[in-house]
Design a protein around this ligand. Structure first.
Ligand SMILES: CC(=O)N[C@H]1[C@@H](OP(=O)(O)OP(=O)(O)OC[C@H]2O[C@@H](n3ccc(=O)[nH]c3=O)[C@H](O)[C@@H]2O)O[C@H](CO)[C@@H](O)[C@@H]1O[C@H](C)C(=O)N[C@@H](C)C(=O)N[C@H](CCC(=O)O)C(=O)O
Ligand SMILES: Nc1ncnc2c1ncn2[C@@H]1O[C@H](COP(=O)(O)OP(=O)(O)OP(=O)(O)O)[C@@H](O)[C@H]1O
Length: 535
């Protein structure tokens, strides 16, 4: 029943809480019936009857090949042929793996009434619109079909190698504490109208993104913006009120090839600002400094956070031993930051969220209060206690800098030993692996290499690499236990009071393979071992 309410509420774009209905039975029920009827009518008009769209005015550099027609009526848009239904427009994308143009006939057979693509085609049975960039076309068409929903919201985009999710969750929590309704689109989940929707991508494809924005009735939308999302034009056409840059460091070089290209891609987010938009950037890393200079040269509005008195928000470490004591200086005012988050890196995320909330006009006292009760981010620095006094910490660190920041935070707790369990994603950047091992070796006493997501890569090739690494780092007591659940169980049985065990890379994500223990995630495995202990 609860699930049905959730589905209904998300669809209707209106937060419906069962308690609220019971309390206000009568008027609320009537209001919902009217709302439902209006929504059903819109649904009928849009998704069944279809909407008329003038593609030539919508698309950039469009050529109508055959048969000529500027206006079409469509009841949906798809870019995967298997999802096409009668009345849909199919956008053919030249992908990284396959070419969407090869699926045009399949899409027409499934009922597509028009096609958008990049190739020269003139023998199709439905109108064909040739564009120079089909990914951009998809984004523009989806935005138009869903009534340009980003224009209804205050749009906040957050990019950077690490800290996007944490900053986004902090900011949403602060804004909601201040009474501002807030959607969040990102890695852990999407939160729309107070409802949680499972997420499979940090930045969803343009179609899903516009659908989510259309569903959202929230005032503000916070989006985590990945470099893949920018590069693949998933956010094309969206203009941001506020855009944040958390940091940039070694990652995704399998996709971007060079850090320079990775940076330039991230920097593109800041070309999609509203006229009065503000860029919020860290001055702590050289890439951030470069972006600040670049934007100031173009006379863009830029606010910075960092550790200098020239920054709008200066982070001052009052006490560096655990527990950390940190202050925020804003103008000539100093505020103590009290939060359950650990690690200086999380205070950089706090600084980014603080500066953004201040741009929106939230009072400092409200931010301070919200930070005190912030519950943390799922899968980031989650601490579990072993009955014998050891502690297990699940975290999402999966980059060299993430490793460094996270592991040095563990050290500040002065543990007897740090044991680090991790693996490498099948389709992740292979150039960062050795560096990550070096950092782990420097900051932990034992390394257990194990499996992470395979992502279509043969397990043998990953395991071969893990064994190679174990040899390289043998002096650091590095070993391989292939099965992730067994690796955790092995360590669980070895540790004692004062030991800290870091399990990194997956956070709350579920395993993409079956392991020996009947567990679906790192959390699940810890819970399983805890239950076994108390049985
Ligand atoms: C590697 C990568 O980024 N791929 C993205 C890309 O897909 P692609 O170009 O590879 O697509 P393809 O498989 O070659 O297919 C080409 C076209 O043919 C179509 N097709 C294909 C088969 C068929 O039978 N019929 C058909 O119509 C496809 O729908 C597609 O339009 O374009 C798609 C549309 O936007 C994305 O959904 C897809 O993301 C994949 C699923 C993905 O998960 N990518 C990861 C790397 C990603 O984006 N990660 C970032 C976060 C990174 C981080 O910070 O850690 C994210 O934002 O989630
Ligand atoms: N500001 C930061 N600088 C460096 N490392 C960080 C920072 N914030 C978080 N981390 C580390 O990176 C991990 C991932 O953090 P978070 O999920 O906030 O980043 P993200 O940018 O959203 O990552 P992804 O895009 O891969 O989902 C954390 O678990 C922590 O170990």
């Amino acid at each position: 029943m609860m699930h049905l309410f959730k589905v209904y509420s998300t669809w209707i774009g209106y937060e419906l809480r069962p308690l609220f209905i019971i309390k206000q039975l009568g008027f609320t029920t009537l209001a919902h019936i009217i709302l439902l009827m209006v929504k059903l009518r819109c649904y009928w008009t849009k998704f069944v009857k279809g909407v008329s769209m003038d593609l030539t005015s919508l698309l950039e550099s469009v050529t109508i090949d055959y048969p000529s027609s500027t206006e079409i009526i469509i009841s949906g848009i798809q870019f995967h042929s298997s999802k096409v239904r009668k009345g849909d427009l199919f956008v053919a994308i030249r992908g990284l793996k396959v070419d969407g143009h090869n699926y045009i006939l399949e899409a027409i057979k499934a009922g597509a009434v028009a096609i958008v693509g990049e190739e020269n085609l003139n023998n199709l049975s439905v109108p064909y619109y040739r564009v120079s960039n089909a990914r951009k076309a998809l984004a523009l068409l989806a935005s138009e079909f869903y009534e340009n929903p980003s224009r209804r919201h205050m749009m906040i985009g957050i990019t950077g190698t690490n800290g996007k999710t944490t900053t986004a969750h902090l900011l949403r929590y602060i804004l909601e504490s201040a009474g501002i309704s807030c959607s969040l689109i990102g890695t852990v989940s999407h939160y729309i109208n107070g409802m949680e929707i499972p997420s499979t991508q940090t930045t969803p494809d343009a179609l899903q993104l516009q659908q989510l924005l259309y569903q959202s009735q929230d005032q503000v939308v916070i989006m985590e913006v990945s470099s893949h999302g920018i590069d693949q034009d998933r956010i094309h056409g969206i203009e941001y009120d506020l855009a944040l840059f958390t940091n940039l460091s070694h990652d995704h070089l399998n996709y971007h090839k060079t850090l320079e290209d990775y940076f330039q891609t991230k920097a593109r987010l800041f070309t999609q600002m509203k006229r009065n938009g503000v860029a919020i950037i860290t001055s702590r890393c050289n890439w951030g400094k470069r972006l600040i200079d670049q934007l100031l040269t173009k006379k863009s509005s830029v606010k910075t956070f960092g550790d200098s008195d020239r920054d709008q928000i200066e982070l001052i470490v009052v006490k560096s031993e655990s527990p950390l004591k940190v202050e925020i200086r804003e103008g000539d005012k100093h505020y103590i930051v009290s939060t359950s988050l650990e690690g200086i890196y999380n205070f950089w995320n706090v600084a980014a969220a603080w500066l953004t909330a201040r741009q929106i006009g939230i009072k400092a006292a409200i931010i301070q209060n919200a930070l005190q009760s912030f519950p943390g981010v799922p899968g980031r620095y989650e601490v579990y206690s072993h009955p014998n006094g050891a502690q297990f910490i699940i975290d999402y660190a999966h980059t060299p800098d993430g490793f460094f920041q996270f592991l040095r935070t563990l050290h500040a707790r002065k543990p007897s030993r740090v044991i680090h369990i991790f693996g490498f994603r099948g389709n992740g950047d292979p150039t960062k692996r050795h560096v990550m091992l070096e950092i782990s070796a420097a900051w932990s006493d034992r390394i257990i290499l194990t499996q992470d997501d395979l992502n279509d890569v043969e397990p043998e090739s990953i395991l071969e690499q893990l064994h190679g690494f174990a040899n390289d780092f043998e002096g650091k007591h590095c070993m391989v236990i292939e099965d992730r659940t067994k690796a955790i169980e092995y360590v669980w049985e070895q540790v004692g009071k004062g030991d800290l065990v870091a399990i990194t890379g997956k956070g709350i994500e579920t395993y993409d393979q079956y392991f020996a223990l009947p567990c679906k995630s790192d959390r699940d495995t810890i819970q399983y071992l805890l239950n076994k202990e108390t049985r």
